[in-house]
Design a protein around this ligand. Structure first.
Ligand SMILES: Cc1cc2nc3c(=O)[nH]c(=O)nc-3n(C[C@H](O)[C@H](O)[C@H](O)COP(=O)(O)OP(=O)(O)OC[C@H]3O[C@@H](n4cnc5c(N)ncnc54)[C@H](O)[C@@H]3O)c2cc1C
Length: 315
C-alpha cells in the first residue's frame, strides 16, 4: 500500500491504514513533511509560507487539535481580523484561528510521528495494476492537488484521470517581510478586498506569539498568475503594497517570495475522497473547502475506506 504525498491528507490517510494494521509506505518528493502547511526558517525563526492558520469545527479534527495542544504545538490565535477594502478598515469577527509557534509544518510532523515517510522520493508513474514506478501495490493513494496527480497517472486509469481533470486550482505568492521594528497598527490578520496585489496579510509575530517584526502577505490569484515564472521578481511590488496598506515608511530588511502554483482548489470532487475499482485513491482539500481541516478529513476518510476494502479482500 503506497501513499504518495506527506501533506496533512496523506499523513491522515496513512495513519488510518497503520491503525488498521496495514503496512503502508509514504513517499514524499520534498525533503520534509508538511506540504502546503509549510514553514521555513529565516535566521533561525520559522515563518509560515503556506496555510496561514486553521479553524476547527469537525469533532474528529478537534480531537487531533487537542493532541497538538497537549504536546504544546498549537495556540488559539485570534477570532478577530481586520478587513481592508474600498470603504476603509474595519474589524471582523470570525471563528477561532489556530496557529503553531514552531510553524504549521510541525503539526504534520507530529501527526506523522509513527509513520515511515520516505523523503526526496518523487513518484513518477502510477499505472494499471496498480503499479507505482513499475512496482505492484495493493492500492495507491495520491494525496496532492489534482494537477500534480495528473502528472503521474497513466491515462488508462480513466476514472481517476477524469476525477483529477475535474479539479480547478488557483495560484498564490506568499511574501515574507521582516522589518527592523514593529510599526504597524495592531492587528492579527487582515483580509484585503479589491486590491490588485494583496489578498491577506498576517502578523507572523502576533500569530506565533514571539512579537517578531515579520509580516506574511498572500497575493491574489490574478497577481500570482502573472509572476509564476519569476516569483522573486514580484518581491518589490508585494513589499510596496504592504507598506502602502499599513502606512509603513521603513522598508523591509528581508523579503522572500514563495510560489504556490496550486495553492487552493476552486472546484473539486464530490464527497470527501475518490476511490475507484482500479485501486486508485485521491485525497486532499479539493474534496471540500480549501482548508487544513478538509484535507485532514479527506485523508482520514479515504484511509478508512481503503483499509475496509483491503481487509474485506483478505477475508
Ligand atoms: C498560500 C496558501 C494559503 C492557505 N491558507 C489557508 C488557511 O489560512 N487556512 C487553511 O485551513 N488552509 C489554508 N490553505 C490550504 C491548506 O494549506 C491545504 O488545505 C492543506 O495544507 C492541503 O493539504 P494536502 O495534504 O491536501 O496537500 P499538500 O499539503 O499540497 O500535500 C501534497 C504533498 O504531495 C507531495 N507530492 C506532490 N507530487 C508528488 C510526487 N510526484 N511524488 C511524491 N510526492 C509528491 C507534495 O510535495 C506535498 O508535500 C492555504 C494554502 C496556501 C498554499
Amino acid at each position: 500500500m503506497v501513499v504518495v504525498g506527506a501533506g496533512i491528507a496523506g499523513v491522515a490517510c496513512a495513519t488510518e491504514l497503520v491503525r488498521a494494521g496495514l503496512p503502508v509506505e509514504v513517499r514524499e518528493r520534498a525533503r520534509v513533511t508538511g506540504g502546503r502547511m509549510a514553514s521555513r526558517r529565516f535566521d533561525g525563526r520559522p515563518a509560515d509560507l503556506g496555510a496561514a492558520y486553521f479553524t476547527v469545527d469537525d469533532p474528529g479534527f478537534a480531537t487531533v487539535v487537542q493532541g497538538w495542544r497537549a504536546a504544546g504545538l498549537v495556540r488559539e490565535w485570534t477570532d478577530t481580523f481586520v478587513a481592508y477594502g474600498p470603504d476603509g478598515r474595519r474589524e471582523t469577527a470570525g471563528p477561532t484561528r489556530w496557529a503553531a509557534p514552531r510553524g504549521l509544518r510541525s503539526l504534520v510532523e507530529h501527526l506523522a510521528g509513527g509513520l515511515t515517510v520516505a523523503h526526496n522520493r518523487l513518484v513518477m508513474t502510477v499505472e494499471p495494476g496498480p503499479r507505482v514506478d513499475g512496482r505492484a501495490a495493493e492500492a495507491v493513494v495520491l494525496a496532492m492537488p489534482g494537477p500534480q496527480a495528473a502528472l503521474l497517472l497513466d491515462p488508462a486509469l480513466a476514472v481517476a484521470t477524469r476525477a483529477v481533470a475535474a479539479q480547478r486550482w488557483s495560484s498564490a505568492l506568499a511574501g515574507v517581510l521582516r522589518f527592523p521594528a514593529r510599526r504597524w497598527p495592531d492587528f492579527g490578520g487582515a483580509f484585503v478586498n479589491g486590491h490588485p496585489v494583496l489578498g491577506l496579510v498576517c502578523d507572523d509575530g502576533d500569530r506565533r506569539g514571539d512579537g517578531a517584526p515579520v509580516l506574511v502577505a498572500h497575493t491574489t490569484p490574478e497577481f500570482a498568475a502573472g509572476h509564476l515564472r519569476q516569483p522573486a521578481a514580484a518581491g518589490p511590488a508585494i513589499e510596496r503594497a504592504v507598506r502602502d496598506l499599513l502606512g509603513l515608511r521603513e522598508p523591509a530588511e528581508l523579503t522572500h517570495v514563495h510560489r504556490w502554483t496550486y495553492a487552493k482548489p476552486t472546484a473539486g470532487g464530490n464527497g470527501t475522497y475518490h476511490l475507484d475499482d482500479d485501486g486508485i485513491g485521491l485525497a486532499g482539500d479539493a474534496f471540500g473547502r480549501p482548508r487544513v481541516q478538509s484535507a485532514w478529513r479527506s485523508g482520514r476518510d479515504l484511509g478508512r475506506a481503503v483499509a475496509a476494502r483491503l481487509l474485506a479482500g483478505r477475508g
